[in-house]
Design a protein around this ligand. Structure first.
Ligand SMILES: C[S@@+](CC[C@H](N)C(=O)[O-])C[C@H]1O[C@@H](n2cnc3c(N)ncnc32)[C@H](O)[C@@H]1O
Length: 424
């Protein structure tokens, strides 16, 4: 009898595995990896939806899933990385995706294992994933993860976070706030939508404002509950916009900033858009030309130029420099859950050095009486309060005007820090 040819992977799993492998094994951002995997072949919207949900959900819960698998595998590190990933994704589905029956997840993973050179692994996949399925509700019981664990080890397992990060948060923010941050990063972020520039903004505003599920409104920005999905990506001039990012800018009262504003790390223009909505004059630059091109598509009237904020001078002298700094992103893990598996404590020091150099150059460009508006999306005091305190210590004329942080109990699941510094 000839051996049966293994069944091909169902499309949603093929896309999720391709994207996760590029993200975790080759370093691509998860959204870029998914976009690439989804554009290679035409995909049914239900499959792309399931692939996206699986990829993000797996990244959020990877630590918890790996702990489960380690209970049933002698040495998980002996599995080839792609096999380990496939077993993890199937286990994630079994534990977290109610709409997928466990036998379907075991089935595709076993068939996948059969396509690999060491086809004996399919027996191992079958045995381990069946044991995971047998756990049922136990897989959601915190006590299961407490077994043989110290307090910090338990947090690492349950909240699916590397221990250096749980330690950093407990040490700096205390037990209660650290738990709030750990809980938030396990969930999706709130959906933020901004209407600025839309020809039918007034009608859309009235429609959105009437929705009972709206969490918050600020100017032309709306926050909808975490996990709210959009049928299609909004086209310009409608834009997705982190509502927590909007709050930090509002917290620094941009209408009072001396103008014009140089948005020196403008990226795709998320913050530029908020300033333009308030009719503030902005010069926007970034080191990344592709991002600036995207900004120009969204906000064609804004003056843009490529510039390295560590060294370059803008074409006109600004009254304020907005520095939405490159940072470790530890405050937006709900939106970019791959970050927690890619960052290391060493990156944090390198980032503080880069941020310090950007602040120093920006301060030298501002006209007398001007200001720096500093923003990060991280939960690391060295990149937030520590960075600003060190800047104030080395610039005797400068003083702290306002400081703002997202409250730990925010329903948005994203955390930003901001400071407005008067340069004197
Ligand atoms: C947090 S993101 C900015 C997000 C953007 N302001 C928004 O609201 O959409 C940080 C930006 O800093 C840029 N960046 C990193 N290093 C830089 C440098 N040396 N000079 C200028 N921009 C830099 C990155 O390309 C990235 O777009």
């Amino acid at each position: 009898m000839s051996p049966r040819t293994p069944k091909p992977l169902p499309p949603a799993r093929r896309i999720a595995l391709e994207a996760l492998s590029r993200c975790l094994l080759s370093g691509l951002d998860i959204q870029a990896a998914l976009d690439t995997a989804l554009t290679v072949r035409p995909t049914d919207p239900r499959d792309s939806g399931l692939a996206t949900e699986t990829a993000y959900g797996y990244l959020r819960h990877k630590g918890r899933v790996e702990h489960l698998l380690a209970r049933f595998l002698k040495d998980p590190s002996k599995l080839p990385p792609k096999m380990r990933l496939a077993m993890g994704v199937a286990a994630y589905e079994i534990v977290f995706l109610d709409k997928v029956p466990a036998y379907a997840s075991v089935d595709w993973a076993v068939e996948f294992a059969k396509t690999k050179p060491d086809a004996r692994l399919s027996g191992l996949f079958n045995a381990v994933l069946r044991r995971v399925a047998e756990l049922g509700e136990t897989a959601h019981d915190p006590d299961f993860y407490r077994k043989d664990a110290s307090g910090p080890e338990f947090l690492t397992r349950w909240y699916s976070c590397p221990q250096w990060l749980t330690d950093l948060w407990r040490r700096n923010y205390g037990e209660e706030d650290a738990r709030a941050y750990l809980e938030a990063q396990l969930n999706p972020p709130a959906l933020g939508i901004n209407l600025f520039g839309h020809p039918e903004a007034d009608e859309l505003f009235a429609e959105l404002a009437a929705l009972p599920e709206v969490l918050d409104i600020e100017g032309m920005s709306f926050a909808l509950p975490p996990g709210t999905a959009l049928e299609d990506e909004p086209d310009p001039p409608l834009a997705r916009q982190s509502f927590a990012a909007r709050q930090v800018i509002e917290g620094l009262n941009p209408s009072g900033w001396p103008g014009p504003v140089w948005d020196a790390c403008a990226g795709r223009g998320g913050k530029t858009r908020i300033l333009r909505e308030k009719n503030i004059e902005v010069l926007a630059s970034d080191i990344h030309r592709g991002r600036l091109a995207a900004l120009k598509r969204q906000l064609p009237e804004v003056e843009t130029f490529a510039a390295d904020a560590v060294a370059d001078t803008p074409p006109r002298q600004p009254g304020t420099v907005l520095l939405d700094l490159p940072c470790s992103g530890l405050g937006v893990l709900s939106r970019r859950p791959d970050t927690k598996w890619k960052r290391s404590p060493r990156d944090l020091d390198d980032l503080v050095r880069l941020q310090t150099a950007i602040l120093d150059n920006a301060a030298a460009q501002v006209r007398p009486g001007g200001a720096l508006a500093i923003v990060t999306c991280t939960l690391n005091p060295d990149e937030n309060q520590g960075l600003v305190r060190a800047f104030l210590a080395s610039h005797p004329g400068a003083s702290l005007h306002t400081e703002w942080t997202t409250p730990p109990d925010s329903p948005l699941n994203e955390f930003f820090y901001g400071a407005l510094v008067d340069l004197g």
